[in-house]
Each structure stands twice: as C-alpha cells, then as structure tokens.
Design a protein. Structure first.
Length: 338
C-alpha cells in the first residue's frame, strides 16, 4: 500500500502512520521528497485498514497496490485453467457452444430443443427452470418439474445441462437432480450468500456479469466462489447497461481479453441477452469467438414465436446450426475448434 502524506504533514503525523504500519506486522518504506512524503507499506496489505489510514491526521490518501482477488488471479495459474464439465473442457482449444431455450416450458418443447441443440453441433444445453423476471406477474419458470423435463430431454442426447440457481434453498435440489453447470444470473452476481454456497460444492459455475457490474466487482464475485473452495468458475459476459437504448444491452467484447488477462479462468459470452434480438446473435457470436471467448451461451427455441420468455432473441434450429458452421470457420482461423 502507498500512503501519500499531506504537504503540511508533521514528523509526528508521519510517525503515527509508521507506528500503525508496524503494529499490523508490515514494514514501512519512507520516501521524503522536497514537498511530499510518501510511505510504502511492505507486506500483506490485507492486514491494513485503508479507511483507518485515511482518517489519520496528515494523510492525504492511501492506495492499495496488490489485487484484492487472489485465487482467481492469473498469477495463481498462469497457463490457464480448463474447467471440466462431464468430460468436456471449457478453456482449452475447443470452444463449447451451449444452446437451448430461455426457459423450460413443456416436455415436448425440451425434447425438440435437445434434438436441435445436438443436431446443430452444440456440446451442452441451457434452459431455465427458475426464471428471474422483471415482473412478478410474468412466467417464473416451472421449478423442479422443469429440471425433470430438462434432464429427461438432455439425457437422450448426452448433453450436460446448464441452468440458473436463483435461491440458495434450491441448491440441494440442484445437486439431487445432478445439474451439470450451475448458472448464477446477472441479477445475482452480487448475491454474496448465494456465491458462498455455490463455493462449497464442486459443480462448475457460470458466473454472469451483473447488469452494471465493473470488471473488478465481477472478479471479486468470482473470488467469493473460489474462496469457498470451488475453483470451477466460468465467467459469462452477457452485455452491460449503458446510455444506449437501441438494443437490450451492450456486449462488452473488451471484457473478454481483459478477463482472460486478469484471471486464469475461462470466459464465455451470451450474445442473446446482450443484443436482445435474434438477428444480432450471429454477429455478436462471431465477434466473441474472434475475441477469444471459450464458449457461447445461445438461446434457441424449436419455435421462437411460441417461446414463453425472450421470444425476440431466440434463434430457430436452422439458424443455430448455420451459426455453428460459421463459428467453426472462425475458430479454425484462430487455431481453435468447436
Ligand atoms: C438467462 O440466461 O436465462 C438469463 C436470465 O440471463 P441473465 O442473468 O444474463 O439476464
Ligand atoms: Mn432469456
């Protein structure tokens, strides 16, 4: 940590800061310039209370140097981590495409969806049984029945399933139904109790970026999961809220290389909730793969016009299949494959 003293700080005030640094088990490094005194605190800066330092007389400001996140930081595993989902690697040369409807509706819809997902060449399937809806009067998902429909449909094609956990009280049910990947939705990215609980299980977790979350908040949310012992975390960029209203969210393509540089964990992209319209999904998916995404989470419905949720952004089976073909070519051009 670096502590910058005010210009008029007295030697006694400097000494008070030094004594505080020592009392926390760190060492001070004083740099006295003609105008300013700067104190470096050497050691584990987590032992220092930044707020306490900043209210000490004579202190102008204190700044942390070390990153707040440790386990998810790239330094922990510089070569990168591959998260294994029932034998399928996320984070290696293979790009995993996860397709499926926004929500689980009926057994027939899920059967048709699973068939289309497999036929398109996707390796995993998505579908929400518990839906975070803006309106309490909108369809909230089928709940446990939805998990049953989903498992039944996906099993036939040996597709691992990805589904959202909204409430910590449902975690046991998710484990019992052998959900392969637990999705933490954008609205729950900072539900710290939920993050702590999924940190205690060993299922892979897709951590979506919050609607207005900074990169640093997103990384700290992942650190919550990792701190509990679960290091199988997959970041998912799904668009952020900005001043722009012409589309649902702005896909932050920049976040892909940034997250990959900051962490050793894989990053996938959800182009559907970013653009909010089916016609934007191919362009955004192509950009994501070109920018280094390790996978995509794409909404597809057997008959989009009939979808109970997010009908506007769902691809149909044919559109998903042709998109995967295009993405394959992009993947190959950058030394990867689908
Ligand atoms: C979803 O993937 O079903 C979903 C609700 O996404 P998000 O949390 O990103 O809005
Ligand atoms: Mn959706």
């Amino acid at each position: 940590m670096i502590i910058v003293m005010q210009r008029q700080a007295t030697p006694e005030q400097v000494d008070t800061v030094v004594q505080y640094i020592r009392s926390c088990g760190l060492q001070e490094h004083l740099s006295r310039g003609a105008e300013l005194t700067i104190i470096g605190a050497i050691g584990d800066e987590n032992k220092l209370d930044l707020a306490h330092l900043e209210i000490l007389p004579g202190v102008e400001r204190a700044t942390r140097i070390a990153k707040q996140y440790k386990i998810v930081a790239r330094d922990t595993n510089p070569q990168g981590t591959i998260v294994n989902v029932r034998g399928l690697p996320i984070g290696g040369p293979q790009i995993q495409i996860i397709g499926g409807p926004c929500s689980v509706e009926t057994q027939e819809q899920m059967d048709l969806a699973a068939e289309a997902v497999a036929a398109a060449g996707c390796s995993m399937m998505r579908g929400g049984a518990f839906k975070p809806r803006t309106s309490p009067y909108a369809f909230q998902g089928l709940g446990v029945t939805g998990l049953e429909y989903f498992q039944k449909a996906a099993k036939r094609h040996n597709l691992p399933i990805v589904t959202e956990l909204m409430d910590v009280r449902m975690l046991d049910t998710f484990m019992k139904h052998d959900v392969d990947v637990i999705q933490i939705g954008a609205r729950n990215m900072q539900n710290f109790d939920l993050l702590k609980e999924v940190g205690r299980v060993n299922k892979p977790v897709i951590l979506k970026r919050g609607l207005s979350a900074t990169i640093s908040e997103w990384l700290m949310a992942a650190e919550y999961i990792a701190a509990g012992g679960n290091h199988n975390i997959i970041f998912c960029e799904r668009g952020i809220r900005t001043f722009e209203t012409a589309y649902r969210n702005v896909l932050d393509v920049t976040a892909i290389p940034v997250i990959k540089r900051e962490t050793h964990l894989p990053v996938i992209v959800d182009p559907s909730h970013a653009g909010g319209k089916a016609w934007m999904v191919p362009a955004l998916s192509q950009a994501a793969v070109a920018a280094g995404a390790d996978g995509l989470l794409i909404e597809m419905h057997p008959n989009p016009a009939d979808a109970w949720c997010d009908a506007d952004q769902a691809l149909n089976p044919g559109e998903l299949k042709s998109l995967v073909t295009t993405l394959s070519a992009i993947a190959q051009a950058i030394g990867r494959h689908i």
